[in-house]
Design a binder for this molecule. Structure first.
Ligand code: ATP
Length: 436
């Protein structure tokens, strides 16, 4: 049984078959599920309103920006399920192919622009709002499991940003809606707003206020001042701030700044507001530091704000861009790199399982039999789960979450080969067997 190593010809999309299923939509694009070279994929194309109202030149520019950025990262002609992915392939959505005209990226013969991307499973904002089973609720309550998720997301986001920043690129639209889970891996998506450091100034009209950095807020306010230029060049520190706000959302399990922004904007309404979101931008650009304690006082995240976490967040959410840590420093931060061992091993097992044939296999876990319906792209489907008491499709990461939730981090031991793995803990020796 061999891993799928089919290389995809990135210059041809003649094999593409679009399904009716819409995976998501943004201000510009709609993303469909599709089939391409024997794989389920995500197909991004401009929505009908953009196609109708926006000049072709502008559409082409936006399309090329994303294709170019993804190509600069080496996200091209990848082999699905390849064992040794680069960090860029691991932490940023992979580009499988794109429409072209005359051999260069451009519209397909029907006039539409297409980027064919690997298929993601759930966005961070959706994941934060997910309904929780008892199992997951218990997991969230457990400090250790919360720490796993937080570190996993933070490490992935900073690793992705590091890949961009070392290539002189700035994402400029880091937000939970642009972070997706692909199997067990969180990745950054939507590189359409990406700019190179040499690209001139950030388009203020495109920024997402909640995740805007203080220096961008300053630029927005300056723009309203006829004596100032309001132009600001892209800088990696802008992504670091936005990633910090995303992490606050993860801690709050929601949208952390939502209420604060609403009240600041409301207050500004009674003054002469010249700029949309002015109250919020004024607070952001002021020298008043972010007070994490009061911010979290009324949220479920409050209990999670311990001294170590505060030390980690400080150099991310400082309003002074020059004091912000780099993506590399944060990716390798000690706070994110504890307790990884057990989860990594489980994920290694499931990643390897993805590489075997789609035949169903069975897991006996703590005396409970799980029959998994083999892999379907990056997805495992349960065909029956006595453990959970009902049929439930889940991605491999959730299987590993369930397993890890029941384990101390260093308890897991992978056995020889892929046909058998063992779990062991000091308290309970557990075994699960994989019959492939
Ligand atoms: N690779 C993918 N796999 C699955 N779904 C995806 C993928 N890429 C995007 N989506 C879905 O499509 C939505 C829109 O995609 P994307 O954010 O790239 O479009 P956009 O129009 O540029 O968005 P925005 O206007 O917010 O910048 C995403 O929020 C997500 O739900």
């Amino acid at each position: 049984m061999e891993a799928s190593t089919q290389s995809i010809a990135a210059d041809s999309i003649s094999d593409l078959c679009l399904r009716d299923e819409i995976l998501g939509a943004g201000g510009w694009s709609v993303v469909y599920k599709g089939d391409f070279c024997g794989h389920e994929v995500a197909v991004k194309t401009f929505n009908s309103q953009v196609r109708r109202d926006v000049e072709e030149r502008v559409q082409r520019h936006r399309f090329l920006k994303e294709v170019k950025a993804l190509k600069a990262l080496g996200q091209r002609e990848i082999q699905l399920s390849q064992p040794d992915m680069t960090d860029a392939q691991k932490f940023i959505v992979n580009l499988l192919a794109y429409s072209n005209s005359g051999g260069v990226p451009g519209p397909a013969p029907n006039g539409h622009f297409y980027t064919i991307l690997e298929l993601g499973h759930s966005r961070l904002d959706q994941w934060l709002r997910r309904p929780r089973s008892d199992q997951t609720a218990r997991r969230t309550d457990s400090h250790q499991m919360w720490h796993f998720d937080f570190c996993d997301i933070a490490r992935s986001v900073f690793a992705a940003l590091h890949c961009l920043h070392v290539r002189g690129l700035v994402h400029l639209d880091v937000k939970p809606q642009n972070i997706m889970r692909f199997g067990h891996q969180w990745k950054l998506i939507d590189l359409e707003s990406c700019m190179s450091l040499a690209d001139g100034s950030v388009s203020i009209a495109d920024i997402t206020p909640l995740y805007a950095s203080p220096e961008l807020a300053q630029a927005v306010l300056c723009r309203a001042d006829p004596t100032a230029t309001g132009l600001v060049p892209p800088h990696p520190t802008m992504d670091i701030w936005a990633a910090g706000v995303v992490l606050l959302d993860v801690l709050a399990e929601g949208c952390c700044f939502d209420e604060m922004k609403a009240s600041l904007d409301l207050a500004a309404l009674f003054e002469e507001e010249a700029v949309l979101n002015e109250g919020w931008f004024r607070w952001l650009s002021s020298s008043e530091p972010l007070d994490l304690h009061s911010l979290f006082a009324a949220t479920p995240g409050a209990c999670k704000l311990d001294h170590q976490l505060e030390l980690f967040l400080d150099p991310i959410l400082t309003k002074e861009p020059g004091l912000r840590a780099s993506a590399l420093q944060l990716r390798d931060h000690q706070f994110l790199n504890v307790h990884r061992q057990g989860r990594h091993q489980v994920e290694k097992v499931f990643s390897s399982l993805q590489a075997v044939s789609p035949a169903p296999f069975h897991i006996s876990f703590r005396g409970v039999h799980l029959q998994l319906g083999g892999h379907n792209g990056a997805r495992f489907e349960t065909v029956g789960s006595k453990h959970l008491g009902h049929r439930l499709p889940f991605v491999n990461s959730e299987v590993s979450d369930i397993l890890v939730a029941s384990l101390a981090p260093d308890d897991l031991v992978c056995g020889e080969g892929m046909s058998r793995c063992s779990l062991a803990s000091n308290q309970n020796p557990w075994w699960w067997e994989l019959e492939v």
